[in-house]
Design a protein around this ligand. Sequence first.
Ligand code: XMP
Length: 316
Amino acid sequence: NWNMKNFIEDQVELIKRQVGDKKVLLALSGGVDSSVVAALLLKAIGKKLVCVHVNHGLMRKGESEGVLEVFKNQMDANLVYVDASERFLNKLAGVADPEEKRKIIGAEFIRVFEEEARKLEGIEFLAQGTIYPDIVESGTKTASVVKSHHNVGGLPDDLQFSLVEPLYHLFKDEVRACGIELGLPATMVYRQPFPGPGLGVRCLGAINKIRLEAVRESDAILREEFEIAGLDKKVWQYFTIVPDFKSVGVKDHARSYEYPVIIRAINTIDAMTASIEPIDWPILLKITDRILKEVPYINRVCYDLSPKPCATIEWE
Ligand code: XMP
């Protein structure tokens, strides 16, 4: 009979058999899928798993630190931490187009990962957190690449590994159950979705440090208050956005000309359509109050009431 304990035991055996005494590389973002793959491989092959965590400078507050704490300190993983923040910000300087920003972030991510992979010796496998919906949703494109056993995601031809994809047949809820069974913290296993380009698509237009910090700090306040109110378990995705325009306000009896923060909180089944969560006024007012008091260069807070369609979930 199929249960999670058996699944894990079977996968541990399969991974051991597939990998032998070779090393496995994993890009560990801290997302649910890569985290569960890391925990599973740690159980199977321990230090023969080499995790690389690339901090692109667009992570949420405390996120990279959380990855280090769980995997390096608590689980004693072989983990390479790369702070590439400045590098990403330099590449993105002056780039305002959303799709251009995505392309730059994606390409730079692969370049950083490739550089780290080249520094390591004896790696023969690449682990990936591919799950069943990834294969179904991206149709033949991903499926065929996966089947050819080459790298998904644009690593150069001379840097090719065989793939280890232990979550290949699991749905998201099964991946979470697997993570819990493997002892990962619930905060990591049940975290809300976070896009690959991270805060980069929430700091609208050309990214600068002031607005990026404002997104990060306001997002941290929002998450804190949602947790206090129990909304973190109820709302599918919630975050803040800082646009690239200013408005006039008044602070300490003087004119201010600063940025707004926009709050977004949505519910959805499949991210194809979404409706907004009607947050209680007192909670919205408390969050607004905190953002205005605690986040520099912000003088206004707005709540986005738009469903998808016509809007999308992210603003870029
Ligand atoms: P939209 O904004 O298209 O978002 O309604 C739907 C879901 O996808 C996430 N999203 C992304 N995820 N890379 C990702 O990995 C991206 O470039 C990206 N853009 C949007 C978004 O957070 C939402 O969950």
